[in-house]
Write a protein that binds this ligand. Structure first.
Ligand SMILES: Cc1ncc(COP(=O)(O)O)c(C=O)c1O
Length: 445
């Protein structure tokens, strides 16, 4: 694909923008500015082509700058740019919810709209509390998250999350009544597993220990990512998620899957719940819902959860929760156009047909000095590097920078390089992505 030479001026001043999850001073001294994107590629501000190995930030599943989405959003903005969804409604919000319900696991057919993954998580936690209360079990208030989990940056998501850098500064501001399961990353037992790791289903039994400690009558919900992305791609051991489901069922505890990265085709079916054949009670999504084009999230709920709220006087509001921009018309239009593309191009199952080539490609990096693990599932891949003594994360950060210089965008988290390309990736681009990464790792000290 050729770069169209549209000159984009460097902003005069990089100071004012306080960048999220970024080393601001390092970035501003050496800016990496993206100016255009199409399909599998970004172009930098100075016109260099960069292959997108991370779908932007795990969200651009159908590839960049899809005109169908832009046209749908423009048309919606010209027709009705905003309509409230508090005590009012607009048709495409209902259409989108129905379309999403049809994609979800059976009985997960009630949808609450948010604007991000973080809002989806906090919404799901609140729905869990309110659900138990609505059915007369208001003492069920405790949550169980997992070490190394990432559930966004709201106070709820941060509290159930388990990444120390996201938590340590805010330690005293955590939501009370939260415990964490152990994470499932164990390179000693599972290093270089192809697909799901065989060892570790028993780690789900830790949930029984926490139930014995607190009593099930006090526990509202367990929240996990079916596959964790942010902590460096952590896969569920074979049988682990089914075991969590069994223990939750036995103890009347809700199971929440955070599918913000696994949702919308990332691992070969619309949702990880379907791939792993484990249906949660609530499912949080965002990112791929609109192909990243407009911020939007959605929480899917089992019908039994929604129904538990539908009692009392019909004129009474059942859930005191929502956002001004819940089901924003432009976001609904973007999501509907995105779902059309996914359906037309078979993208929600494409990862399944590419996964064996993907697996072979990422595992070809095994054997390179300093590569201590390779992990993959669907169109997700990760390479873990041995940390530099006393300088954790710096080796992988250097790899990320060098890859970018060489025209490939990957994501660094700790000493892990993660990859999650748009689902439209072609075999030759998988080769380019992984070969470039391999060459860069070989050349790094
Ligand atoms: C599993 C998971 N949950 C929640 C979030 C938060 O989403 P957002 O950044 O849209 O708030 C993310 C973001 O990467 C995520 O990976």
């Amino acid at each position: 694909m050729n770069a169209q030479p549209t000159p984009v001026l460097l902003p005069v001043d990089l100071d004012a923008f306080w960048m999220p999850f970024t080393a601001n001073r390092h970035f501003k001294a050496n800016p990496r500015l993206l100016a255009r994107a199409k399909g599998m590629y970004y172009w930098t501000q100075d016109g260099r082509e960069v292959l997108d190995g991370v779908a932007g930030l795990w969200c651009v599943n159908a590839g960049h700058s899809r005109p169908e989405i832009a046209d749908a959003v423009a048309q919606q903005l010209n027709t009705m740019e905003f309509a409230p969804t508090f005590q009012m409604g607009h048709p495409i919000a209902f259409e989108l919810a129905s379309r999403l319900a049809a994609l979800a696991p059976p009985s997960m057919d009630r949808v609450f709209f948010t604007n991000s993954g973080s809002e989806s998580v906090d919404t799901a936690l609140k729905i869990a509390l309110a659900y138990h209360r609505a059915r007369g079990a208001g003492q069920k208030t405790r949550f169980i998250g997992r070490e190394k989990g990432y559930h966004g940056v709201g106070f709820g998501g941060m509290s159930v999350g388990g990444m120390v850098n996201n938590r340590k500064t805010f330690s005293t501001a955590m939501m009370p009544g939260v415990d964490h399961l152990p994470h499932t990353l164990d390179i000693g037992h599972n290093g270089f597993s192809r697909g799901l790791p065989p060892w570790g289903a028993h780690l789900a039994n830790e949930l029984e220990r926490l139930i014995a400690l607190h009593d099930a009558s006090n526990i509202a919900a367990v929240i996990v990512e079916p596959i964790s992305g942010s902590a460096g791609v952590i896969l569920p051991p074979v049988g682990y998620l089914k075991r969590l489901r069994e223990i939750c069922d036995k103890n009347d505890i809700l199971l929440i899957f955070d599918e913000v990265i696994t949702g919308f085709g990332r691992i070969g079916k619309p949702f990880a719940a379907q791939v792993f054949d484990v249906t949660p009670d609530l499912m949080t999504t965002a990112k791929g819902l609109t192909n990243g084009a407009i911020p939007m999230g959605a929480v899917f709920a089992q019908r039994k959860i929604y129904d538990a709220f539908m009692q009392g006087p019909e004129s009474a509001i059942e859930l005191f929760h929502g956002y001004t921009y819940s089901a924003h018309p432009a976001a609904c239009a973007a999501a509907l156009a995105t779902l059309d593309i996914y359906a037309r191009e078979g993208l929600l199952t494409r990862a399944a047909s590419l996964s064996s080539q993907w697996e072979d490609a990422v595992h070809s990096l095994r054997g390179i000095p300093k590569v201590i693990d390779v992990r993959n599932f669907g169109l997700i891949g990760a390479v873990e590097l041995e940390p530099r003594a006393g300088k954790p994360g710096t080796r992988a950060f250097d790899v990320f920078l060098k890859c970018f210089e060489r025209g490939v965008m990957v994501r660094q988290t700790g000493d892990v390089i993660a990859m999650s390309p748009p689902l439209i990736i072609e075999p030759r681009q998988i080769t380019q992505l992984v070969e470039t990464l391999g060459e860069v790792i070989r050349g790094i000290d």
